[in-house]
Every structure is written in C-alpha cells, then in structure tokens.
Write a protein that binds this ligand. Sequence first.
Ligand SMILES: C[S@@+](CC[C@H](N)C(=O)[O-])C[C@H]1O[C@@H](n2cnc3c(N)ncnc32)[C@H](O)[C@@H]1O
Length: 239
Amino acid sequence: MTGGGEQEQAQAVRTMFGAIAAKYDFLNHLLSGNIDRSWRTRTAREVERRIDVAHPRILDVGCGTADLALSFSRAGAVVGCDFCQPMLAIGREKISRARVPYPVDLLEGDALCLPFSDAAFDAVVSAFVLRNLANVEKGLHEMGRVLRSGGTLGILDFAMPKMPVIGSLYRFYFTNVLPRIGRWVSGSEGAYTYLPQSVQAFPPPERLRELVRSAGFNRVEFHYFTGGIAVLHVASKER
Ligand SMILES: C[S@@+](CC[C@H](N)C(=O)[O-])C[C@H]1O[C@@H](n2cnc3c(N)ncnc32)[C@H](O)[C@@H]1O
C-alpha cells in the first residue's frame, strides 16, 4: 500500500504525463538533439551484455511510449508497465508499426506495486522514471522483487554534469531554455519546469549506487553518457 502523500504525488505525476503524452516523444528528441535515442541503445547494449540466458524475459518499468522496451525487442520478450494510459496508448501504436522478432506487451501498473510475481524476469530496466517515484527505495525494492536472483537491473536517468564550463552551460540550458521550449510546445505549464527540478533533487550517481546496493543488488556500476548528462546504473540481483 502506498501512503496518502505518496498517492498524491503519484496522481500528480500521472496527470502530468497524461497531459504531455502527445508531445512527449517529439520533445524528447528535440530537447536532447536526438541523443536520447543513443542513450537507450547503449542502455540495451550494457544490460544485454550481463544477461546470462538466451531469450530473456525483460521488464521495462515506467515504459511510457515504449522507446526503451523497443530497444530490447531483439533480445527477448519485453513487458512494459506504466500507470499512465495516454503514454501506453502511444506506445502500443508504435509497437504495432514496429517489426520486432519478440513480443512487446504493455500493461498498466504502478512501479511501487508491480503487478508481477516474484522473480518473474531475467532483466528489469527503467529509463527516466525513478526520480518521479514518491519512494525511490520502494521502487528499487519492487524491481528487485520481480527480478530473479542473478538477474540484471538497468536504470537510466538524467544527472547534472560536473565539468566546470560545459556543466554551467548545460545547467543554464536545462533550467532556463528547456522549460520554455517544453512549455511552448507541450502547452503544459509545469512539466518541463518539474523536469530540471526533479533531476536536481535526485540523488547523484554515487548515492544512487548505494541505494541500489541497499535494495539487494551487487556488481553495481554506473556509466556516464554524454559528459554526465545521463547516467546508466547496471547491477545484478544478489544470488
Ligand atoms: C519521463 S517518462 C519515461 C518514459 C520512458 N521510460 C522513456 O524512456 O521515455 C516517465 C514515465 O514513468 C511513468 N511513471 C512515473 N511514476 C510511475 C509509477 N509510480 N508507476 C508507473 N509508471 C510511472 C510515467 O507515467 C511516464 O510514462
């Protein structure tokens, strides 16, 4: 069960993504200069390197419009789970047009109470979701619960780059320019102001690594993408 405050936050996040769903993909690619595509491809490559079974079962938590799920569709059967129906509807449309060797199924569900049995997947992945959760530890715990022991976890999210000059320029873009473009294109007042705020409030990579360890994972490592704008954490569930 989620507490009252958690439910309110979850509802606000779900409403926000519902409001921007139609423009979500377009803005992702525009605001990142299309680099987000390569981040998901690299995530799939790093996670797949660790998977030790043929035809793995893969779960994408907070799959949104299914871009990450589709990045894994050549490795094995993928299930995407998200609590925002408008995002899922766009994802299903995209999947119906994609030629993929393995099935990609999307279903509605909450990351804090995943609708799957224990140890149901060989890999659990998630992109740009964890910082939106009302309870990050609970989200990691749920991912660990549905992952079989020895299975692989992959978590991709934004971070604030630390390099002196590029970091400052990026910070200016991220906190001043991006919210204006996002507001203008999506029509949403808050979503693209919330984005930099949620990234700045999120634990930095070293701290997230500790949270992942505490949730029962080992072999935790992180990879910086594009100078640290995005970070991928990869880990294995303890045997
Ligand atoms: C920034 S989008 C990321 C979508 C996708 N993973 C991607 O790579 O583009 C965040 C997604 O997480 C979903 N989400 C946030 N909190 C969630 C929760 N508690 N349970 C399920 N989905 C959640 C939102 O509905 C949204 O689709």
